[in-house]
Design a protein around this ligand. Structure first.
Ligand SMILES: [Fe+2]
Ligand SMILES: [Fe+2]
Length: 281
């Protein structure tokens, strides 16, 4: 067991990204600077064949279902946008470090499914920032990563003894002093993500209590999280009871036919998403 202060120190350390390669770390920092050019980032990525192939795979993945194939890192970056590409490189580098831990692959598949669902949901309700919605979906459970890094035995126990009466984020607080929404919010703040991304990470398990700032994004991510879990694309968190689900859908102005359409699409693509998740990590 950890105290909140002990775990906060570990997170502070992790926010400096000590576990990923110096080249990737430099790239992630550079991608966030205002004067950066896409061609410079493309050249940096091309220096690392593993990274280049990952960026290409993501650009040609179910994230972008109705787009043609891209063949170069430059084209991939144009499709993804630099800020989405930065989030994808960051997330995959962190997941990659702990991929052999039991439970991590499930968390990755879940994160990817939620990212795909948030993009589709955002498109459906004409939310203008579809790419950012995808990033928020991809990173929404990023706060769980430090548990696998720093306390694999404890998180294994928590995964094994899942009890719907005590959702993960409540039990995490007992074990680690900080729940994954708190850990995630600290990490994305340290990584200089905007409020639009920070809010859904902080509030996705309590969306109806979220403040007004970026509330729509919070609702989109929370609803997508629940839809993905409903289709078995899960990481065994707790679903909001039906009433909460319908209130969120109502507040987003999502009609019943649109909701059904989204669910049908996800059901249709479920196996493909599960299959492709392995390729992308
Ligand atoms: Fe979560
Ligand atoms: Fe989740």
């Amino acid at each position: 067991m950890f105290s909140p202060d002990e775990f906060a120190l570990l997170i502070e350390d992790l926010s400096l990204l000590p576990s990923i390669s110096p080249t990737t770390r430099r790239l992630i920092n550079r991608m966030d600077e205002p004067d950066v050019a896409l061609s410079e980032i493309a050249s940096l990525i091309e220096e690392d064949p593993g990274l280049a192939s990952r960026v290409l795979k993501v650009a040609n993945s179910p994230f972008y279902p109705y787009s043609g194939k891209v063949g170069s890192v430059r084209e991939a970056l144009i499709r993804l946008g630099l800020s989405s590409a930065r989030a994808i490189i960051l997330a995959t580098s962190l997941f990659d470090r702990i991929r052999s831990e039991p439970g991590v692959f499930g968390l990755w598949t879940h994160s990817l499914s939620v990212a795909i669902t948030t993009r589709r949901l955002a498109g459906l309700i004409r939310f203008p920032m579809v790419d950012e919605a995808g990033v928020a979906g991809l990173l929404h459970d990023i706060g769980k990563i430090p548990y696998y890094m720093f306390a694999p035995d404890l998180i294994r126990e928590l995964d094994r003894d899942f009890d719907p009466a005590f959702p993960d984020h409540v039990r995490e607080k007992d074990l680690f002093g900080l729940s994954h929404v708190e850990v995630g919010a600290r990490l994305v703040t340290a990584w200089r993500f905007p409020l639009l991304i920070r809010q859904p990470i902080r509030w996705h398990h309590d969306p109806l209590s979220s403040p007004r700032e970026e509330r729509q994004m919070v609702l989109i991510v929370s609803l997508s999280d629940q839809i993905a879990q409903g289709f078995g694309l899960e990481h065994r968190e707790l679903l909001t009871e039906g009433e909460g689900f319908l209130r969120i859908a109502g507040e987003l102005g999502l009609s019943e036919p649109s909701l059904l359409h989204l669910m049908k699409e996800l059901l249709r693509d479920r196996d493909m998403i599960l299959q492709r998740a392995g390729d992308l990590l």
